[in-house]
Design a protein around this ligand. Structure first.
Ligand SMILES: Nc1ncnc2c1ncn2[C@@H]1O[C@H](COP(=O)(O)OP(=O)(O)OP(=O)(O)O)[C@@H](O)[C@H]1O
Ligand SMILES: [Mg+2]
Length: 338
């Protein structure tokens, strides 16, 4: 078997895996440049660059090269992938790896070519593209090759992709612009409206990781956290205690958007496949799937059982690797020439 790596080039995080080691890299999709006399030099990538977001002086630019799962800044994406590949692989290795990369279901041929060339230019020998919902389903262990309908809901940073898969192909799919970034923004808006406090998005992401829940919590299970921000009226720094039920209220409209999209897709799914999904339920993947009780909330709303995949953050990367290993069996889900 040829040695190859798989890349989940996400809006929020990039994950690189291989067959030997497993996870080689898991870092935020962020790159920072030092700008001097009109020339740019890569200053930091990943975790180090994310710390700089929103805090840079004029001489430093920190950006996220992807937006809604596709490349928004080609040069920055290429530099970031090159740095990640160097970090993930043995830097003394001279052989260029074969790389498989996932692409969002709705990506246009131009967007797919941009992803492919950025990875080639970053140092890969041959690049294969795998549709993201297929990768997520494979990584979640769903029986994608069987004549059975499986539904996958991948909740990423910028989008949620929902797909129905059967016999190694995507039968129906839908992408909604709801993801972790929107959860962070909703938390920020909620705190501003309810408590008159301006809080940055990075702080809101931390709040989300610490206490977010998609269903109201009982007193015994309730979590709280202290938030620091700037008072919207006085402009002075202030702190306050936030409880999870407030976050639940803030996230409710977004959870409903995901629910709506699931229902629309179920509605257009051929009846026999819809029956399979009603029987087996649907599976959540992506970083957003880790929100407490999101599975229960979606199950209550849809009436279908919902489970979170094991290691939801890594399903797409490992599923892309599985697609590479399956080769011919999954040939129509892999593109080498978009
Ligand atoms: N424990 C957690 N609780 C809540 N949210 C989390 C948790 N861990 C990660 N996230 C969120 O998951 C999101 C990133 O998910 P993921 O890595 O699947 O996105 P991505 O693949 O980069 O994005 P996309 O698929 O949209 O391109 C971020 O918004 C992050 O805050
Ligand atoms: Mg993703």
């Amino acid at each position: 078997m040829v040695y190859g790596v798989s890349i989940d080039l996400g809006t929020a995080n990039t994950v690189i895996v291989d067959n030997k080691t497993g996870v080689l890299l898991d870092e935020p999709s962020v790159i920072a440049y030092q700008v001097k006399n009109g020339t740019k030099r890569v200053l930091a990538v990943g975790d180090d660059a994310k710390l700089m977001l929103g805090k840079t002086p004029d001489s430093i630019q920190a950006t996220r090269p992807l937006s809604d799962g596709v490349i928004a800044d080609f040069d920055a994406a290429q530099d970031m992938i090159a740095a990640f590949l160097r970090k993930a692989l043995n830097r003394f290795s001279f052989t260029k790896p074969v790389a498989y990369v996932c692409v969002p279901f709705g990506a246009t041929p131009v967007e797919k070519r941009a992803i492919k060339s950025s990875v080639e230019n970053a140092g890969a020998r041959k690049v294969g593209l795998v549709e993201e919902p297929m990768a997520a389903a494979l990584g979640a262990g769903l029986p994608v090759l069987e004549p059975v309908g499986s539904m996958i809901v991948d909740i990423g940073g910028g989008t949620t992709e929902i797909a129905v898969i059967s016999l190694g192909g995507i039968v129906e799919a839908k992408s909604v612009r709801v993801g972790g970034d929107h959860f962070d923004a909703a938390i920020s808006n909620y705190i501003k409206k309810k408590h008159n406090l301006n809080v940055g998005l990075a702080t809101c992401e931390t709040i989300k990781h610490e206490i977010a829940a998609a269903l109201p919590q009982s007193k015994e299970n309730s979590r709280a956290t202290i938030v620091r921000g700037r008072d919207a009226v006085t402009g002075l720094p202030r702190k306050l205690e936030l409880v999870d039920n407030e976050i639940c209220e803030a996230l409710e409209p977004l959870v409903e958007q995901i629910w709506n999209a699931v229902m629309v897709l179920l509605d257009t799914t051929p009846p026999d496949l819809a029956a399979d999904i009603h029987e087996h339920g649907l599976v959540l993947t992506g970083g957003g799937a880790a929100i407490r009780d999101l599975d229960k909330a979606l199950s209550n709303l849809t009436g279908v059982s919902v489970v979170v995949a094991e290691n939801p953050k890594y399903c797409v990367a490992f599923g892309t690797q599985q697609a590479m290993n399956l080769g011919k069996q999954l040939a129509h889900a892999i593109q080498t020439d978009p």
